[in-house]
Design a binder for this molecule. Sequence first.
Ligand SMILES: Cc1cc2nc3c(=O)[nH]c(=O)nc-3n(C[C@H](O)[C@H](O)[C@H](O)COP(=O)(O)OP(=O)(O)OC[C@H]3O[C@@H](n4cnc5c(N)ncnc54)[C@H](O)[C@@H]3O)c2cc1C
Ligand code: FES
Length: 248
Amino acid sequence: MKYDVRQLPLLSNEEIAQGIFDMRLRYEQDDLPVSCGQFAHVYVPGKTLRRPISVCDASDGVLRLVYQVKGEGTRLMSQMKGGSVDVLVPLGNGFDIQKGRRYCLIGGGIGVPPMLYTAKQCDDPLIITGFRNKSLVILQDDLRSQGETLLCTDDGTAGRQGFVTDLLRERINEVDEVCACGPTPMLKAVAAVCKESGKPCRVSLEERMGCGVGACLVCAVKVRKNGEEIMQHVCKDGPVFNAEEVVF
Ligand SMILES: Cc1cc2nc3c(=O)[nH]c(=O)nc-3n(C[C@H](O)[C@H](O)[C@H](O)COP(=O)(O)OP(=O)(O)OC[C@H]3O[C@@H](n4cnc5c(N)ncnc54)[C@H](O)[C@@H]3O)c2cc1C
Ligand code: FES
C-alpha cells in the first residue's frame, strides 16, 4: 500500500445538507494517484486518531471529501476554515472498474459520496441512491452528469418511496456488476439481490478505525475465503470486498 502524508490547502468546507459537509482540498494536479473507493485518513487537531473519509472526487487538482457530522471529530472538521488539512492518502483498495462492463452503483446515505468518483471511472453507469428523507439527499446534480440516476427515500419525500433494492431488482438485468456503499443492512440486502440474479457484487465496508494502515487490528472483519472464515482488515484488505466473501 503506497500512501503519503500530505498537507493540502483547504479551499472550502460547506454544509450541503443538514449536518453534511463538502470539504475541498487543493492538490498538485496529476499528483494524487487515487482509485475510486479509496479513502483519506484526516487528522483533526486535538484528536489522536485520524478520521477515515472516502474520496468523493479527485479531479482537476481538487480532492473532495463529503462527510456527515457524527461525533466530536467530524464536528471539529466541520469548523475547519482556511489553512491546510493533514491527510494520509490514498488508503485502501478501492473498486476495480473494468472497461466494457456496465455497472450499477448503489449508495445509501453517507455511502453515496464514493460513488461519484466511481461513476467517473465507468462507462454509462446506472446510479441508484437512497436516503432516509429529502433533507439528507446529496450529490444528485454531480451524479446526474455521470450516468442515469434513480433516487429513493424511505418516506417518499424525494424520488420514489422505498429502498435501493426495490430499484435494483427492477434494473439488475441491464447491468454486468454491482458496486455498493452504505449501511450494513443495505449492503446485505443488495448482496442478496445480486446473488439471486447471479450478478457479481462488491461492497465497501465501514468499521471503526485506528491506524488506517493495517497495524492495529481495530478494523478487523470476518470474511470467507475458500470455505474458511478468516479475519481481514477493512483499512488494508478493503474497504471494498467481494460481497460473496463477506460474513454479514
Ligand atoms: C473506509 C471508511 C470510509 C468512510 N467514509 C466516510 C465518508 O465518506 N463520509 C462520512 O461521513 N463518513 C465516512 N466514514 C465514517 C467516518 O469515518 C465516521 O463517521 C467518523 O470517523 C466519526 O468520527 P467522529 O469523531 O465524528 O465520531 P466519534 O463517534 O466521536 O468517533 C470516535 C472514534 O471512532 C471512530 N469512528 C466512529 N464511527 C466510525 C465509523 N462509522 N467508521 C470508522 N470509524 C469510526 C472515529 O474515527 C474515532 O476514532 C467512513 C468510514 C470508513 C471506515
Ligand atoms: S485501522 Fe489499524 S489495522 Fe485497520
